[in-house]
Design a protein around this ligand. Structure first.
Ligand code: DX5
Ligand code: ZN
Length: 219
C-alpha cells in the first residue's frame, strides 16, 4: 500500500506567519505545499503572486505545488517557476496552446499539471495524459477555500485512475476542494495520489493532527 501525499493549501493559513505555518505542516508530515494563484478573471478572487512564492521559498525545502487559476497561464508561469515552483498546474478551461505549455513547463525542469473544474469531463484532457506529470481534479468550483466537497466529482477520479493505469502513464491524480479525513478516504479509494486540503487543516484546533489524519490514509 502506497501512502497519500498531503498538500496543505496555504490559502487558509495565517499570512502574517506563513513561515511558521509551513514549518508546522512539514513537521506533521506534509510532503507538498499547495499554492493557490487567482487573478480575479479566471475566478472571482485574487490571491498570491510570485513575490510571495519567492519569499516562502526561503522558508522551506518542501515541494511547491502551484495551482494557477488564471486566464493567461502561458504569460505568467515563468515568474512562478523563477520564484521556486516545483510543479505548475494550469486549467484546461483556459484558452491557450496546452501541449505547448506542458512542453515549456517541463523543459524548465518543473513538473507540469493540468486541472479540470467539476463540470469539465476527463475526455477534455485524455489526449495529454502521456505528457502530464499530474491531473488536478477540482472537487469544488475554483475560487475560494472552505467550500463543501462535490461528491459527483468522485467518478472522474475513478475514470482517470483506470485510464492512467491502463495506459501505464506516469501521471499523478490530485484532488482539491473540501477535503477532510472523510472525503479524503473517498478520493483515495477512487484512486487519488495527492490530497489538497486548506480549511480542514488550518481551521482545526489541532492542525498537526488534521495533516496526520490525511497522511495516514492508505491508497
Ligand atoms: C479552491 C482552491 C483550493 C482551496 C482548498 O479554488 O484551489 O486549493 O484552497 O481549500 P479547502 O480545502 O478549504 O476546500
Ligand atoms: Zn488549489
Amino acid at each position: 500500500m502506497k501512502k497519500i501525499i498531503v498538500a496543505p493549501s496555504i490559502l487558509s493559513a495565517d499570512f502574517s506567519a506563513l513561515g511558521k505555518d509551513i514549518a508546522m505542516i512539514a513537521g506533521a508530515g506534509a510532503g507538498w505545499v499547495h499554492i493557490d494563484v487567482m487573478d480575479g478573471h479566471f475566478v472571482p478572487n485574487i490571491t498570491i503572486g510570485p513575490v510571495v512564492v519567492k519569499s516562502v521559498r526561503k522558508a522551506t525545502s518542501l515541494f511547491f505545488d502551484v495551482h494557477l487559476m488564471i486566464r493567461e497561464p502561458q504569460k505568467y508561469w515563468p515568474d512562478f517557476r523563477k520564484a521556486g515552483a516545483d510543479l505548475i498546474t494550469f486549467h484546461s478551461e483556459t484558452d491557450c496552446d496546452k501541449m505547448r505549455l506542458i512542453k515549456d513547463i517541463k523543459s524548465s525542469g518543473a513538473k507540469a499539471g493540468i486541472s479540470i473544474k467539476p463540470k469539465t469531463p476527463v475526455a477534455e484532457i485524455e489526449n495529454m495524459l502521456a505528457y502530464l506529470d499530474l491531473v488536478l481534479v477540482m472537487s469544488v468550483e475554483p475560487g475560494f477555500g472552505g467550500q463543501a466537497f462535490m461528491h459527483e466529482t468522485v467518478p472522474k477520479i475513478t475514470e482517470l485512475r483506470n485510464i492512467i493505469d491502463g495506459g501505464k502513464y506516469d501521471c499523478l491524480i490530485e484532488v482539491d476542494g473540501g477535503i477532510n479525513a472523510e472525503t479524503g478516504h473517498l478520493c483515495a479509494r477512487a484512486g487519488a495520489d495527492v490530497l489538497v486540503s486548506g480549511s480542514y487543516i488550518f481551521s482545526s484546533s489541532r492542525p498537526e493532527d488534521a495533516v496526520r489524519s490525511l497522511s495516514e490514509i492508505k491508497k
